[in-house]
Design a protein around this ligand. Structure first.
Ligand code: UN1
Length: 512
């Protein structure tokens, strides 16, 4: 089937209507929505402005005051139901992710699976919001810490994981006793509307089962930058979790810091992999191919820089180039396609600019040309590009959200480690090696400086169980698994005197 034989607007509309979303919400608004698959218009979503956003945040604050009193395991029941609803809607929501964000079918479904996984995690967590009991130096005293709900949590998400990143934040924030307000990417409002409709189904079942949930517990705000700003500036939003570019983080971070609100920032990545002499090259080839070309290079965790030891360079790089030349690029809805479209024309132009800059810096480029323009003039497909670079300069130290892999030869392991760390971003990284000393060094204090450091897998495709995020210009935030939940709660240290005297700490005397 050619690209033009699809009617994606009809299909997206049918999915939204089966989820019970009134047509006016996605058809009669002002925000034009298009599919990167064909470039066709999908609808026009209704938007809100800053005044409505502020009203929604005020309502969310009221909701928080009630929700924080619901016992955490009972809050977990809402997320259990959300997980059930997501399971039931997996194929439809996954399809909508593919239509609106251009992901191949297994990745669209995988994104919904990631939502289901975090729900399962959060349900368990709702009975495990543990604080410590701490030894005190005073007789007849007890010291402990308690974790309390924080308030309204603002969620700003990006187009490339249009629904999973919301769910990481929503599931943790809600079991933690917070209310949530979500501003999705303007490029992917329909998947946000669909996800929120699924949430509302879970909420309805929750209330029908006799539980209490306040109005305004979760709000979706479709809108532009001004809506994001309303979240960032509102004094009743103690935490904003924002995923996007480093530029966006530079605008949001200082504003939040200025009013002492918390930020979870998940910003740009410029992820590398080191291929050492002992690497299993078959496994490396597959790991590199998925990490660098998967999602058309549009993951925060996509592999962008590859350091290959001189002893394996001439074996691996030609094989990689062959894979780049033959990887099936095209309609992500068709079985067999591995690389779908770029999100839009701006992404295509950004890729071409980076390739020009790489050439000017001495790079030798294979691939990168536009494909399928004759079938769909407004869709932007490209052959993934592999660029052999003499050194790490120019566009190599920047994040370009497109499938470009820069390859650099190295001879000394420590130099490769240094190159891995010599960029402003610090999200993810990996090493391909069968040498235990290299693997351990890479994951040690003198190794990769990133939030994620993998061995014998690529830098992308993390599971939800680990904390997700990175250092330096990536912003320092952690979402998803491990103890990332702590960022969504406030900690109180409690010292309780059950005796009848009042000994002071540090031996201080103050007898009046
Ligand atoms: C992102 O690109 O913002 O680790 C998130 C991964 C996915 C999440 C990526 N689980 O690649």
């Amino acid at each position: 089937m050619t690209l033009t034989t699809y009617d994606l607007a009809a299909e997206a509309g049918a999915i939204l209507s089966r989820l019970g979303v009134p047509a006016a919400i996605w058809k009669e608004g002002t925000l034009a929505v298009r599919s990167p698959v064909t470039g066709e218009a999908l609808g026009s979503a209704q938007e809100v402005g800053p005044a409505e956003a502020t009203k929604a945040i005020d309502a969310a604050h009221k909701a928080f005051l009630e929700w924080r009193l619901v016992p955490a395991p009972k809050r977990g029941e809402l997320i259990r139901l959300l997980g059930e609803e997501l399971r039931a809607a997996k194929s439809e929501l996954g399809r909508l992710v593919s239509i609106e964000a251009g992901k191949i079918t297994s990745e669209g479904l995988g994104e919904v699976q990631e939502m289901i996984d975090i729900c399962d995690f959060a349900v368990g967590l709702s009975r495990q919001l543990y604080g410590l009991t701490i030894a005190t130096e005073r007789a007849d005293h007890r010291m402990m810490e308690t974790w309390h709900p924080l308030g309204v949590v603002g969620i700003i998400s990006a187009f490339n994981f249009p629904v999973a990143v919301w769910s990481w934040n929503a599931a943790l924030a809600l079991v933690a006793g917070n209310s949530i307000v979500w501003k999705p990417s303007e490029k992917t409002p329909l998947t946000a509307i669909a996800s929120h409709a699924i949430f509302e189904k879970a909420l309805k079942r929750y209330v029908e089962a006799g539980y209490t949930a306040p109005d305004g517990l979760s709000t979706l705000l479709i809108g532009g930058a001004a809506v994001g700003e309303a979240l960032v500036d509102h004094p009743k939003v103690p935490l904003v979790s924002a995923t996007g570019s480093t530029r966006m983080g530079r605008a949001v971070g200082p504003k939040l810091a200025g009013r002492f609100a918390r930020a979870i920032l998940e910003l740009g990545g410029n992820n590398a992999a080191i291929v050492t002499p002992s690497a299993n090259l078959d496994l490396t080839l597959r790991g590199v191919a998925f990490a660098a070309m998967g999602t058309a290079g549009q993951r925060c965790t996509s592999l962008r820089r590859l350091f290959v030891h001189e002893s394996v360079y001439d074996t691996l790089v030609p094989r990689l180039k062959k894979a780049y030349g033959s990887v099936p690029v095209g309609n992500p809805l068709e079985a067999g396609t591995l690389v779908g479209p770029l999100i839009d024309e701006a992404a295509f132009n950004g890729m071409q600019k980076a390739l020009e800059e790489a050439k000017a810096a001495g790079g030798s480029v294979s691939g990168g040309e536009r494909l399928l323009a004759n079938e769909a003039a407004n869709a932007f497909y490209v052959r993934p590009a592999i660029v052999e670079m003499p050194e790490q300069v120019g566009p190599v130290v920047e994040e370009t959200f497109a499938p470009i892999l820069y390859v650099i030869k190295y001879s000394n392991f420590d130099d490769a480690l240094e190159l891995n760390n010599a960029v402003p971003q610090g999200l993810s990284s990996s090493i391909f090696t069968n040498d235990v000393r290299e693997a351990e060094a890479f994951t040690s204090a003198r190794g990769s400086d990133c939030g994620i450091a993998n061995v014998n897998i690529g830098p992308s495709g993390a599971e939800i169980g680990g904390a997700f995020g990175g250092e330096k210009e990536t912003g320092g935030g952690r979402e998803s698994g491990s103890d990332a939940w702590k960022a969504y709660m406030r900690r109180a240290t409690n010292t309780i005197n059950y005796g009848s005297s009042l000994p002071l700490a540090q031996g201080v005397k103050f007898d009046v």
